[in-house]
Design a protein around this ligand. Structure first.
Ligand code: GLN
Length: 456
């Protein structure tokens, strides 16, 4: 009841697109009944969570924050959300996000941006900058809702940083597991070779509990890993004695703000206090990760988004006398937002005859080099520690007219996405303006446990 009331009272944040209090109450009732009957409670019995709107939820509108999916009510449940309901959780509602998960600020949502519950304490450099801040993106509804205590945990998805960067911007924790840990079945596709679901919550332990419920093999997703889900929560330990933490020197990018460098040094000091040994490592192809990502992700997106044709899902724009081709064009023109159209155009361009080898093939080769960089680094360390983002949360509107400035925000998160590695953002304290900063921990394939332990 407390969470449902908070969701209803916090509409000004625009974090929820749909509220589903009945779903949450049903889970709570089931937990009460089980408790009264003396049954063993399920791991998430009665816990009300938020669901990013990229997940298809049976009988509940699922739009990926795009007009083109308006009116689409899935007749099926995504595997990850079903896993959460099977673990006893209930849904408070569907969370706002960047349209089709494309964005780093939540401003590409067709239903208005989310507002971070955080404010600068100093009014900004001019002393007058009390402008509302972005909660990060694309999982910005999830991060804002958790930070504002509208829900104790939420789902996110991460293609190039969309769990980690919003977690960093709002002072919460979020983990993207190894590619293939969580089923993509029933998750609206953005870039299929990169998309991974993961939990966002107030701390590392809650993330571990959520991830255990979300993960698991699913034969309906061809890239799902057929492995048992480890007992991550039971395995949590903050003792890092004997562990080696790598500091990749190439992440010390040009013009890195002083507070980000200070955050990193603080993280290193915490790791030493917990007994870890710090080693410098090199990931030489890091600077090519961002351009490679912004070729591969749009290429896959342009293919995935071909399915929105006005026939199969949601919106149809059928001008008088239009033929099929004109109906496709009208629907897609009206239904997709500007950023989505930009990605489709970049994607079709880099995949087109004559440019395919120069862009897509080249980016795929870079992707392999980046994965090899990480493999080499694992010979000298167990996890890597970096900042999550190159700045604290920026003001809404500050970067929305400049796509390159927006893309640069993903500089620390995309390399591990390209390599399919588990990576987490944990709260790293506040900057001088009182805004949260996040530390990123990147782990070996399938070694979420070491990532969680270092995060703890
Ligand atoms: N900001 C990145 C992009 O716009 C990552 C998004 C994501 O991880 N879904 O592509």
């Amino acid at each position: 009841e407390a969470f449902v009331a908070r969701v209803a009272a916090a509409k000004s944040l625009n974090a929820f697109l749909v509220e589903t209090p009945d779903h949450a109450f049903a889970a709570a009732d089931a937990a009460d009944k089980a408790r009264a009957a003396g049954e063993t409670l399920k791991p998430l019995a009665g816990v009300p969570i938020g669901m990013k709107d990229l997940f298809c939820t049976k009988g509940v509108a699922s739009t990926a924050a795009s007009h083109i999916l308006e009116g689409f009510v899935p007749p099926y449940e995504s595997r990850v959300s079903q896993n959460l309901w099977d673990a006893g959780a209930g849904m408070l509602g569907k969370l706002n996000m960047d349209q089709f998960a494309m964005g780093s600020s939540n401003e590409t949502s067709a239903f208005g941006n989310v507002i971070s519950p955080w404010r600068r304490s100093d009014g900004g450099a001019s002393g007058k900058n009390w402008a509302p801040l972005t909660p990060g993106g694309s999982s910005g509804g999830s991060s804002a809702a958790i930070a504002a205590r509208l829900c104790p945990a939420a789902t996110g998805t991460d293609t190039g940083g969309s769990i980690r960067q919003p977690a960093a911007f709002t002072g919460i924790a979020g983990i993207k597991p190894t590619y293939g840990r969580c089923s993509r079945w029933g998750v609206v596709a953005f870039a299929s070779s990169l998309d991974q679901a993961g939990p966002m919550a107030r701390d590392v332990r809650d993330c571990a509990i959520m991830l255990e419920a979300m993960a698991g093999f699913d034969p309906r997703d061809a890239t799902s890993l057929d492995l048992d889900v480890p007992k991550w929560e039971a395995g949590l330990s903050g003792d890092l004695k004997g562990k080696k933490i790598g500091i990749p020197k190439e992440y010390r990018v040009e013009n890195m703000p002083a507070e980000i460098e200070a955050l990193w040094q603080q993280g290193i000091a915490w790791a030493k206090d917990a007994g870890a040994e710090i080693v410098e490592v090199s990931l030489p192809h890091t600077r090519y990760a961002l351009p490679a990502y912004y070729i591969i992700a749009p290429a896959e997106a342009s293919s995935n988004l071909a399915r929105y044709d006005g026939v199969r899902y949601g919106l149809r724009d059928l001008p008088d006398g239009a033929n099929l081709q004109e109906m496709y064009a009208a629907t897609r023109a009206a239904g997709f937002g500007d950023e989505v159209k930009r990605r489709i155009m970049i994607g079709t361009y880099v995949l087109s005859a004559g440019y395919y080898d120069a862009y897509f093939t080249q980016a795929s080769k870079v992707r392999t080099l980046i994965a090899r960089d990480f493999e080499a680094a694992w010979e000298s360390c167990d996890v890597l520690l970096t900042p999550t983002a190159p700045s604290a949360a920026f003001a809404l509107g500050e970067k929305s007219a400049d796509p390159i400035a927006m893309y640069l925000n993903d500089v620390f998160t995309v390399p591990s996405s390209l390599a399919g590695l588990p990576a987490m953002s944990v709260p790293g304290g506040l900057d001088a303006a009182g805004l949260p900063l996040g530390l990123q921990i990147i782990g070996k394939p399938l070694d979420e446990q070491s990532v969680l332990n270092a995060g703890l």
